[in-house]
Design a protein around this ligand. Structure first.
Ligand SMILES: [Zn+2]
Length: 650
């Protein structure tokens, strides 16, 4: 018999609890109860009854699990209305359990009030050992149990740690929606098929919900605020826009950085111009709580005397890693932009003392300011590593140290900080990832002011980068978690083969670090003539370029990896449950896709006649295995030449 205080859920393969919901349950608490019941059933084969509160007079020895706002929770003094958005209370009391968040009448959506649902997910993870390792049925790991109970008393309130837990997903949603309307995912062949992309999107949406991704409040997307301003104001106010070295203002056709490949929509501003400041604060801004100063999405900055005077003393090239030279080209302008934001803030608080200035920390205003400046918490910066090899993970140890210095430098200005990496755009379908370096940087940022996450984008190369993706998703709700513990959580879904799978991923992680160190060394050794002011030292290298995958992942490195998975499979196959061996097959599919992709690029890059043959092998393989979701084939196919793409991440 369980102790009287213990919440018994399943005992000896029989239901020992009922799930109780309000007589007028909210849509989110109804969903929460369904999720609880479904996962318990998967664990034990037992379907717990769900009853309305007024029907639950006598339950005998059964525990009651109250899900959502109920009269019983109120009577216990749990005030859902007093909770913050998406927070929840977990409380055991006399053998019963209460899972309560603030609710409204809306269906679940990722900006809704989801505390009750999140509380259920916490219970499933913590007490049932449920792991959502990747989207779809195979990525759902539910340990089998004849007895499920919460044996220790629990009484806690948990709030979200990041108000914004956003991993962009529209790339796959849009393709799935188009497929539902009868349009094939393009380019055809290497991409998902229409039926599978729809299933994938549905499963991915569920998966993201179970990881509690979403927004508990406004997302401060700074946007590229000045996009299009040249077209709108350039003729009347050319002095508001960047001056080129020859003295011309604004868009100049065929003159870098506004050559024919660019457009007049992307002209950076002359940020020291007082008339521009006045226009922004008095006319362009409506006086609301947010004022975006997100610069256009292009490299290049004003060369006028006023702007140059706002710059800090320019560091010597020996003072930063050679491979991040692009951030300092033609000069680093973080001091200039910091003064711009501060100037605008000082003017804007006269209109609205509660205003927040929002901006990216990006391009050549990515490095921390050189001279000390106090900016304060009314400026919100999104930290966007996006220049050369410091944009990817892993990077060399030297770049990792440099990146931390930049984060810390911004933190010291007192601004609020969000992490908005583009790293998932790199690495193609290859096992290019690092759990340790990525995890350590995340923890470092979290200890130094990190308050929001906006990852671009959640490209799900689940079978080749699974441990890192899983780690990030878990850190989004539990940033205090130890990285090694998160790694072990991920490996545990492979059951008896967990240790072999850990070896397998460690093998690839070490390989990826080797690529990163070598790339940085190449940059350091490249003579000055090898530097291009538009692409830096690195345009030719993996992970920025999928075409290079065959060079960094030659056939022999796949052989070793394959034998590690063979070993894992042998152990997993002995288990009475099929799921562990099936998960190894999933990893094998990711590996084979990577191998075939690299082989395809090799033929393509060397103009070999093998191109059509290898493309067909890749297409056939993907068709046969796509239902496993081993890779985001939509992302992959858009980085392959069939799409007209040149293999470079721009
Ligand atoms: Zn200027």
């Amino acid at each position: 018999m369980p102790a009287p205080e213990s919440v018994s859920i399943v005992l000896s393969g029989e239901a020992s609890a009922v799930v109780v919901i309000s007589d007028t349950p909210s849509p989110v608490s109804t969903l929460a109860a369904e999720e609880l019941v479904a996962h318990v059933e998967k664990a034990s084969g037992v379907a717990l009854p769900v009853v309305s509160e007024s029907e639950v007079a006598e339950t005998g020895n059964l525990s009651r699990i109250f899900v959502g706002t109920t009269a019983a929770a109120n009577a216990l003094g749990i005030d859902a209305e007093a909770l913050k958005d998406d927070a929840f209370v977990l409380r055991s009391d006399g053998g019963d359990l209460y899972i309560v968040g603030k609710e409204d009448e809306e269906d679940y959506h990722d900006r809704g009030l989801n505390g009750t649902l999140y509380g259920v997910y916490e219970v499933l993870h913590r007490y049932l050992g449920v792991r959502w390792a990747w989207p779809g049925p195979l990525g759902l790991f539910v340990p089998q149990a004849d007895d499920i109970a919460i044996t220790e008393p629990v009484d806690e309130a948990q709030e979200v740690r990041f108000r914004i837990r956003y991993f962009r997903f529209s790339h796959i949603r849009n393709v799935a929606n188009a497929a539902a309307d009868g349009r094939e995912p393009s380019p055809e062949g290497l991409n998902f098929s229409a039926p599978v992309v729809q299933e994938y999107w549905a499963d991915k949406e569920t998966f993201m919900r179970r990881h509690r991704l979403g927004r508990s409040g406004t997302r401060y997307n700074p946007g590229h605020r000045f996009h299009g301003w040249w077209e709108e104001y350039g003729e009347k106010h050319p002095e508001w826009f960047m001056m080129h070295e020859d003295g011309q203002r604004g868009y100049v056709h065929d003159v870098p950085p506004y050559g024919a490949s660019s457009s007049p929509a992307h002209v950076p501003m002359c940020v020291s111009n007082p008339d521009l400041h006045r226009y922004i604060v008095e006319e362009a801004w409506g006086g609301g709580d947010r004022l975006s100063l997100g610069e256009v999405d292009r490299r290049g900055v004003c060369q006028c005397e006023g702007c140059l005077a706002w710059d800090g003393p320019q560091p010597e090239p020996s003072e930063y890693p050679h491979s991040v030279r692009m951030d300092y080209e033609p000069q680093v302008v973080s001091d200039r932009y910091a003064k711009f934001w501060k100037t605008i803030l000082e003017m804007a608080v006269e209109r609205n003392p509660d205003v927040t200035i929002t901006t990216f920390l990006y391009w050549s205003y990515f490095p921390a300011p050189i001279e000390p400046i106090e900016l304060g918490p009314q400026i919100y910066g999104e930290f966007v590593p996006w220049t050369g090899p410091a944009a990817w993970v892993p990077m060399s140890d030297k770049l990792d140290a440099w990146l931390r210095e930049q984060w810390l430098g911004w933190y010291d200005t007192g601004i609020r900080l969000a992490y908005r990496p583009n790293m998932f755009h790199g690495g193609y379908v290859m096992p290019y990832f690092s759990t340790r370096q990525a995890g350590d940087f995340f923890k470092f940022a979290y200890e130094h002011g990190l308050e929001a996450l906006d990852f671009d984008s959640l490209f799900g190369h689940w079978a080749t980068r699974g441990p890192m993706l899983y780690m990030y998703l878990r850190l989004a709700t539990h940033p205090e978690m130890d990285i090694e513990a998160l790694r072990q959580e991920y490996f545990s879904v492979f059951g008896p083969a967990a240790e072999q799978v850990e070896h397998y991923f460690d093998y690839w992680e070490a390989h990826a670090h080797g690529i990163a160190e070598r790339a940085d060394r190449l940059a350091a050794e490249t003579p000055e003539e090898g530097f291009c002011p538009h692409t830096g030292f690195f345009a030719e290298l993996f992970p920025a370029r999928s075409i290079q995958s065959y060079i960094e992942y030659p056939p022999e490195v796949f052989d070793e990896a394959k034998s590690l998975l063979d070993e894992a499979l042998e152990i997993a196959q002995d288990h009475p449950l099929d799921e562990f061996a099936e998960r190894i097959h999933f990893l094998q599919a990711g590996l084979e896709n990577a191998r075939l992709s690299a082989a395809f690029w090799e033929a393509y890059d060397n103009d070999q006649e093998l191109v059509p043959e290898r493309a067909q092998a890749l297409i056939d393989f993907r068709r046969e295995h796509e239902h496993l979701y081993f890779a985001d084939l939509n992302d992959a196919s858009h980085r392959e030449p069939q799409s007209g793409f040149d293999g470079i991440v721009h």
